[in-house]
Design a binder for this molecule. Structure first.
Ligand code: F6P
Length: 549
């Protein structure tokens, strides 16, 4: 028998009934001067303030009931105990196992630590200069070739934690190239020295055309200066994948292969050898700190009751916003320049996981799932899309992310005090924006004209980090992973597959040879838009015998 859907739960009706009884946020705050105190959840390295969400005690207790009626505690237990939670691909989702400390790792997962040690040895060799390029020079640059989960996490983390780079990593430059059009490589290859550059080919499947086309371009670039192919492969390519056979076929030598396992989803893989670029850029100590922070969040998620559990609360509030208040957009607003890539990282994590419309059993669902999620560094977005948040017609929920401490270590430098003042400005802006979104004009004074009217009542949560370091960032990422899982369980969908990306890949493969044909005959079967575009492109590229100008 199919599991009952979210909207069939008696508590869902109850939540719908309660929605109209929740006053405007300005009234909720006015009525209870201690509101925030009761809507605070403490987790590893951070706290969640959800008092600016449109909820009251009644709603919270109904959300708690929903959590229990949908058997979320059991679902969480199944996730951690390695049950087959990814049903369409018939496998568990054990990314949390990658974060278990070595001395607590059970025998069955010893290979996790073995691979970490292999990665650590590789990182050591590069940092110490034992690893040499084909001409005997030490490695100065590393390029991670990967896309999606094999790119976004490492890219985001290396950007965020730059200032924590270990001394031995400081002379190494780490770059990322993901785009199928080769643009990033085009920029990079001009500046890189083939004698001193190491490429990491990171791909869970080792079949992703985006990554393999970049890898082939690089291989051609290298073979122009190093005709000895075996030497080039040994000195300049590391493979990171679950598909050993495919790495062999491409030519990755066995000693340069780092493996992970099918039970690690692509967008959950930065904790595995996919994080090699992170370890090379920041050092193994920082990488282990990241794992430790994530593990602390795993423990928090596994053990804390729903209302004291940060990921569970974020998930429940998200469902309340989407399914009851009909808020279908969610902005991610880190007030920290270091988290520049965090919104794009979350776009994949959330939307590739939960952008689904059938249940685990393949039943169509008739309610909303993942909202459209996007974001930007908050203070910059104030000068871009906040106009819409404050006065547009779309209801939008938001996550504000802020580190309390910043520049502690720069205080003895000449610019330390100026930077600290900037951080204070940043804090004021972050708090001001969530305040205005919630209260509208009531934050200051009533509007005296329609152009200055701020309706408020836009819900947000604030995640306050003690400071942004590897430990708290590890915890923050794990927090969002678990939020995504909890929401998927509430919506009855599978967060660990991504069938929706397959058809586009298949159609691109069909189109590619047609685009190469100089006549238009092969294109006859295409829809008129695709045909016209293909013809115009061919014209513009001079493929139809006309000028390419
Ligand atoms: O096409 C989507 C996807 O499969 C993502 O889920 C994944 O993170 C990305 O492509 C890259 O896949 P791979 O690591 O197998 O190259």
């Amino acid at each position: 028998m199919n599991k009952p859907l979210l909207t069939e739960q008696p508590v869902f009706k109850l939540l719908q009934e309660k929605a109209s009884a929740v006053p405007h946020l300005k009234d909720l705050f006015a009525a209870d001067s201690d509101r925030a105190q009761q809507m605070l959840v403490q987790g590893p390295g951070m706290l969640l303030d959800y008092s600016k969400q449109r909820v009251n005690d009644d709603v919270l207790s109904a959300l708690e009931q929903l959590f229990c009626q949908l058997k979320l505690p059991e679902a969480i237990r199944d996730l951690f105990s390695g049950e087959v939670v990814n049903k369409s691909e018939n496998r568990p989702a054990l990314h949390s196992q990658l974060r278990v400390p070595a001395d607590k790792q059970p025998q069955a997962y010893q290979d996790v630590e073995n691979q970490l040690q292999r990665m650590s040895r590789l990182v050591d060799k590069v940092h110490s200069g034992v690893w040499r390029g084909f001409s005997g020079k030490r490695i100065t640059d590393v390029v991670n070739l990967g896309v999606g989960g094999s790119d976004l996490g490492p890219l985001m983390l290396t950007q965020a934690l730059k200032e924590y780079a270990a001394p031995e990593a400081k002379n190494l430059r780490v770059h990322f190239a993901s785009t199928i059009d080769g643009s990033q490589l085009f920029d990079l290859l001009d500046h890189l020295n083939p004698e001193t550059t190491l490429f990491l080919i990171a791909s869970k499947s080792f079949t992703t055309i985006d990554t393999l086309s970049n890898a082939d371009t690089v291989r051609a670039w290298l073979s122009r200066v190093c005709p000895d192919e075996a030497l080039m492969l040994r000195c300049h390519f590391v493979g990171i994948s679950t598909a050993v056979e495919k790495m062999n076929q491409w030519g990755i030598v066995a000693e340069n292969q780092l493996e992970f396992w099918p039970w690690v989803g692509g967008r959950f893989s930065l904790w595995s050898a996919v994080g090699c670029s992170i370890a090379l850029d920041l050092g193994m100590v920082t990488f282990r700190e990241l794992l430790a922070g994530a593990h602390a969040m795993d423990e928090h998620f596994r053990t804390a009751p729903a209302l004291e559990n940060i990921p569970a609360m974020m998930a429940l509030l998200g469902v309340w916003n989407v399914n009851i208040l009909d808020i279908r957009a969610h902005a991610i607003l880190p007030y920290d320049g270091r988290l520049k890539y965090f919104p794009s990282y979350l776009e994949q994590l959330e939307m590739e996981s939960n952008g689904k419309s059938v249940t685990q059993d393949g039943q169509a669902i008739d309610y909303a799932t993942c909202p459209v999620l996007w974001g930007e560094i908050g203070a910059n977005a104030q000068h871009a899309f906040y106009q819409l948040l404050h006065q547009g017609t779309q209801p939008v929920a938001a996550d504000f992310i802020l580190a309390a401490r910043r520049y502690d270590r720069s205080l003895d430098q000449a610019h330390g005090e100026a930077l600290t003042a900037q951080h204070e400005l940043n804090i004021a802006n972050c708090l001001a924006q969530s305040r205005v979104l919630a209260l509208g004009n009531a934050a200051v004074e009533p509007a005296d004209n329609p152009f200055r009217h701020y309706p408020g009542n836009q819900p947000s949560s604030t995640l306050l980090l003690e400071q942004l370091d590897a430990y708290t960032l590890g915890a923050l990422i794990a927090c969002y992973e678990h939020k995504v899982f909890t929401q998927a369980m509430i919506w009855g969908i599978n967060p660990f597959d991504q069938w929706g990306v397959e058809l586009g890949k298949q159609v691109a493969l069909q189109l590619q040879p047609l685009l190469k044909q100089s006549d238009n005959d092969g294109k006859a079967g295409l829809d008129s838009s695709t045909r016209l575009l293909a013809e115009r492109i061919a014209d513009l590229r001079g493929q139809n015998g006309r000028s390419g100008k």
